[in-house]
Design a protein around this ligand. Structure first.
Ligand code: NAP
Length: 324
């Protein structure tokens, strides 16, 4: 049987790359833009699937792939892909939202605890040998009973809500549509902020969510408020956050993602009220392995070729989240 042709733009671990090669004819997309354009002009018409990670894919890119049927993304976020253009061409999209949501939610809760309980500075206090002299560490804030607003109650937002309910938080959410959940819904993010002590950002980055959390929303949250951003950097207006911190108009922030990552503004690096992590939401060995497996498995399922975990899937009934 002729193997389907797959464009590899995913920078997968070696073992997953080998799995792709065993199942498909794999064309590796050149990293250089000019080379990639020439490559697509020559090989594009043969390509039926893409293994994707961060490579930007716009309508022109898709136009070079008239036989494309499926894009299998390593990430949950699809902000590098023109989703509407792909859907308009009838291309299926598989992502790893359902695989990484638990670890990203765990990271969000960890960040929420770290920023409210001041864990990072408390660790530095002990390591600096200050405990014997200064005796007591300053009191922090309690996450229990805190009013927390979730901005984007999707797969990750729901996983965070489940965890924070167990912490005794009072939860509410904002998003484009009301969900069938017993949680107050706000159709305005500033109003949600006004009603909350903490906002946790878990929406996708789209034109509608770029700088969704701006100075107005930060001020609505207020000087005792916290922001946790586990979504994408540009959902939060970073400059507005820096200005709010400088003027004591917000209590603190915990950020896993940044507008120009891996660059982080000096003002945030210097500020002890801010917890910073290097986009590690899904960064566990277990989840990253499953994400890579899913890239391969979604393509194998789509083209109905027996993949390396096919028997496991059939026994366990595990599916791949493929939407069209
Ligand atoms: P998801 O299941 O698609 O959920 C996204 C949610 O955001 C949906 O409830 C959606 O509402 C809502 N939403 C859409 N547009 C919105 C808007 N304009 N304002 C507010 N909410 C909006 O996606 P997910 O798997 O939870 O992932 C969410 C995002 O997290 C990803 O897009 C990615 O950028 C980010 N992420 C970060 C990490 C990390 O390592 N830090 C890891 C994974 C993902 P509807 O259901 O009504 O459309």
């Amino acid at each position: 049987m002729v193997k389907p042709v797959i464009l590899n733009a995913a920078e997968l671990p070696g073992w997953a790359h080998e799995e792709l090669h065993a199942l498909f004819t794999v064309l590796d997309l050149p990293k250089d833009c000019a080379d990639a354009r020439a490559f697509l002009a020559q090989h594009g018409p043969k390509v039926r699937g893409i293994a994707l990670r961060k490579t930007p894919i716009d309508a022109a890119f898709l136009d070079a792939l008239p036989a494309l049927e499926i894009i299998s993304s390593y990430s949950a976020g699809l902000d590098n892909l023109d989703v509407n253009a792909a859907k308009a061409r009838g291309v299926s999209i598989a992502n790893t939202s359902h695989i990484l949501s638990d670890d990203v939610a765990n990271a969000a809760v960890g960040l929420a605890l770290a920023v409210t309980r001041d864990f990072v500075n408390a660790d530095a206090f002990v390591r600096a040998g200050r405990w014997p002299q200064e005796k007591e560490y300053p009191l922090a804030r309690s996450l229990t009973r805190m009013k927390v607003g979730i901005v984007g109650l999707g797969t990750i937002g729901s996983a965070i809500a489940l965890r924070l309910a167990a912490f005794g938080c009072e939860l509410a959410y904002f998003g484009p549509s009301r969900k069938p959940v017993a949680m107050p819904y706000f159709d305005d993010v500033a109003q949600l902020a006004r009603a909350c002590d903490m906002l946790i950002l878990t929406c996708p980055l789209t034109p509608a969510t770029h700088h969704l959390v701006d100075a107005k929303v930060i001020d609505a949250l207020g000087r005792d408020g916290f922001i946790v951003n586990i979504a994408r950097g540009p959902v939060l207006d970073e400059r507005a956050l820096v200005e709010a911190l400088a003027a004591d108009r917000i209590a603190g922030a915990a950020l896993d993602v940044f507008e120009h990552e891996p660059r982080v503004p000096d003002a945030l690096m210097r500020d002890r009220r801010v917890v910073l992590t290097p986009h590690l939401g899904s960064g566990t060995k277990e989840t990253r392995r499953r994400m890579a497996e899913h890239v391969v498995d979604a393509l194998a399922r789509h083209f109905d070729v027996a993949g390396p975990r096919d028997a496991v899937h059939r026994v366990a009934g595990r599916g791949c989240a493929v939407e069209s």
